[in-house]
Design a protein around this ligand. Structure first.
Ligand SMILES: [Ca+2]
Ligand SMILES: [Ca+2]
Ligand SMILES: [Ca+2]
Length: 378
């Protein structure tokens, strides 16, 4: 996800790297079963990490990133996503780069020859889950054509087609020995909740409060081993609210409509604590330290493994989620999908030490087959 919902070229970190010792880092939840043992005796230098990242493998994938809305329009019948009315309702306006242009999964299916001829071995689909069609008003209005403003995590967005279209795409790609990865988001949902944001409010000056009004530090519970305090809408620095009654039912699964499942601290300044706790330009930032949120998100993406037959996930905005979330999430998805289910993620940074943290300490898996040829084993 990028600012204002418009994509810049992301710095992508393939998390399919090897793990190292956590060193003196704070305790994290247990790594999923089978996670690799350390390969470095001590913390590797930035130069060592960078050299490792440059290695290539004959078994590496060549990914093609497809933004379905902008790739090809295979079915003009779904251009308005089943809605009627003007572009503020349908999101469709091919004359405006901030709105839907009509591309869909059928368009990707129809052009698999083209994609494969580029040398592609794996297709990375931008998020295909149902989005809020339009956010903002007036000149700042823009549509969810990019897919990063999800309201319903259980459905394919009707602008892009159906779950059957997705399954067909996966089946046909597999028939050509190409894999399909879905782009997923756990950091935030669409911007539905409003909280009177007047700037980020930090945990020191505005601690969370339990249902009895006692302050507590949520990070003490993030590894999932302790019961999370009872909270209510008065627990937050900004009391969350729904602008309309319809907004209170806008999301699926239903637990996402509980406003206490979000951080509610105002917009991120993209620095310090707010990088993990702040809203990404108003996008409702999930309380990923909370066990109910960890379980709910894990369940969502466990379910998609079975529904679509996909090969893995590309994970958005990894850097904006607390580290203890990841081993729990990864372990849960792999429990459903198997240990070879591949995941990689976006960490918007050019610093290899920052990037590597998410591989080495967050326990996002590598693929064993690739590591046999690419790993820095002595
Ligand atoms: Ca279409
Ligand atoms: Ca976050
Ligand atoms: Ca919001």
């Amino acid at each position: 996800m990028t600012r204002s919902g418009r994509r810049r070229v992301p710095v992508l970190l393939a998390l399919a790297m090897l793990a190292s010792a956590a060193g003196s880092a704070p305790a994290l939840p247990a790594r999923p079963a089978g996670f690799d043992t350390p390969h470095w005796a001590q913390e590797p230098s930035a130069a060592t990490l960078a050299r490792f990242g440059e290695r290539s493998s004959p078994r590496a994938e060549q990914l093609y990133f497809a933004l379905p809305d902008r790739f090809a329009n295979g079915d003009p019948g779904n251009d308005r996503g089943g809605a009627t009315g003007d572009r503020m309702r349908t999101g469709f306006d091919p004359t405006d780069k901030g709105f839907y242009h009509g591309g869909d999964l059928r368009g990707v299916i129809d052009r698999l020859d083209y994609i494969q001829d580029l040398g592609t071995t794996a297709i990375w689909l931008a998020p295909i889950f149902r989005n809020r069609p339009v956010q903002g008003t007036g000149a700042s209005a823009s549509a969810g054509y990019h897919g990063y403003w999800i309201t319903d995590f259980t459905q394919v967005d009707p602008h892009f087609g159906t779950q059957e279209d997705l399954a067909e795409l996966v089946r046909l790609a597999h028939g050509r020995h190409m894999k399909v990865f879905l782009d997923i988001i756990v950091n935030h949902t669409a911007d539905v909740i409003s909280n009177g944001d007047q700037g980020y409010r930090d945990k020191t000056d505005f601690p969370y409060r339990d249902a009895n009004g006692q302050p507590f530090d949520d990070s003490n519970y993030a590894d999932g081993t302790r019961g999370f305090p009872a909270v209510n809408t008065r627990s937050f620095p900004y009391p969350p609210a729904f602008p309309t009654p319809a907004d209170a039912q806008a999301k699926k699964p239903a637990w996402l409509n509980d406003p206490t499942m979000y951080h509610n601290r105002g917009d991120s300044t993209f620095a310090g604590e707010s990088s993990e706790y702040g809203d990404f330009f108003g996008l409702d930032d999930l309380w990923t330290e909370r066990p109910d949120v960890v379980r709910g998100l894990t369940r969502i993406y466990q379910d998609w493994v079975g529904r679509a037959g996909i090969d893995g996930y590309r994970i958005d905005t990894v850097k904006h989620v607390d580290l203890p979330f990841w081993p729990q999430f990864v372990g849960g998805v792999q429990q459903r999908a198997g240990r070879d289910f591949f995941m990689f993620g976006e960490v918007f940074s050019a610093d290899p030490e920052v990037d590597a943290t998410y591989v080495r300490r967050a326990a996002v898996p590598r693929r064993r087959t690739a590591a046999r040829t690419a790993g820095p084993r002595a």
